[in-house]
Write a protein that binds this ligand. Structure first.
Ligand SMILES: C[S@@+](CC[C@H](N)C(=O)[O-])C[C@H]1O[C@@H](n2cnc3c(N)ncnc32)[C@H](O)[C@@H]1O
Length: 263
């Protein structure tokens, strides 16, 4: 299935409030964490890298610029893909950084095309995680690396509470580090390496307070609504309450995880 805009996930990350909160990298950690991820995954000039759910292409362009590797970025947002293409052209990087519109759960690439697949604050968003993990494995070369950063839960969340959340937020679909590991292990990955970067999420929470007054203040500025439905610009008090409860129960953190694709 290919999901075309308007889609709640896409609309959410295209919103100005996200840009105001996070700038060009639409997740915690910025390019400093991307540099750590690239180092851990052993990215080199000769490699082909896929940046899944690449947003505005900031990571793809950083990798192309700093490592000289060939990077392909893919995202569901046509608006962000077109912005990424313009930035690549302006920087003279179009020869090695290319972008396409598409869905991580149905990647338009041949088997074993990439040495490294990047997923920054994106895997948690996938509605069908086993399918997405299988796709990531399919496009990776044997012994290639899956390099991700994402929200991780350190507490148990009631299923009934999770079902009340808007699935477009990466937090809503986040699971524990053990669950991510099991999921990827079932899809054919091994040797997970994990680092805790939860201080990056705390920085975002702090920034949210400065820019919007509170988490509720931020949420009142972005489209919210039930899972995969058309979004509304109106704030949803019940969604905000559910989020506060979710944070309390789930104690979200942020992690870096690198895994190796099996034979
Ligand atoms: C939290 S943002 C992260 C963007 C980017 N990785 C970064 O670090 O700046 C999530 C991105 O995932 C994209 N996205 C969500 N679901 C997707 C899917 N199934 N396939 C491709 N992109 C998706 C959204 O459009 C959005 O750009």
């Amino acid at each position: 299935m290919r999901r075309d805009a308007p889609d709640s996930t896409v609309t959410l990350y295209e919103s100005c409030a996200f840009e105001r909160l996070l700038g060009d990298t639409l997740r915690p950690g910025g390019l400093e964490l991307t540099a750590r991820l690239a180092e851990t995954a052993g990215i080199q000039t000769s490699m082909r890298v896929l940046d899944t759910a690449c947003g505005k292409g900031t990571t793809s362009l950083f990798l192309a610029r700093e490592y000289g590797c060939r990077v392909t970025g893919i995202d569901l947002s046509e608006q962000m893909i077109s912005l990424a293409e313009s930035k690549a052209a302006a920087e003279g990087l179009s020869g090695i950084a290319q972008f396409c519109h598409g869905d991580v759960e149905n990647l338009p690439f041949q088997d074993e095309s990439f040495d490294v697949v990047i997923s920054e604050c994106a895997f948690s968003l996938m509605p069908d995680k086993p399918k997405a993990a299988t796709e990531l494995r399919r496009v990776l070369k044997k012994s290639g690396k899956l390099a991700m950063t994402d929200i991780v839960l350190r507490g148990k969340v009631d299923d009934s509470l999770r079902s009340r959340l808007h699935m477009a937020y990466c937090m809503s679909g986040a699971v524990s580090a053990e669950e991510y590991t099991h999921l990827f292990s079932r899809a054919g990955f091994h040797s997970p390496y994990v680092e805790d970067h939860s201080e990056q999420l705390r920085k975002v929470a702090f920034q949210m307070g400065i820019a919007f007054g509170s988490m509720s203040g931020f949420m009142s500025q972005i489209p919210t609504g039930p899972c995969r439905c058309k979004t509304s610009a109106e704030p949803h008090p019940s969604a905000q309450q559910a989020y506060m409860q979710f944070v309390k129960q789930g104690r979200p953190g942020y992690m870096l995880m690198v895994l190796t694709r099996g034979e």
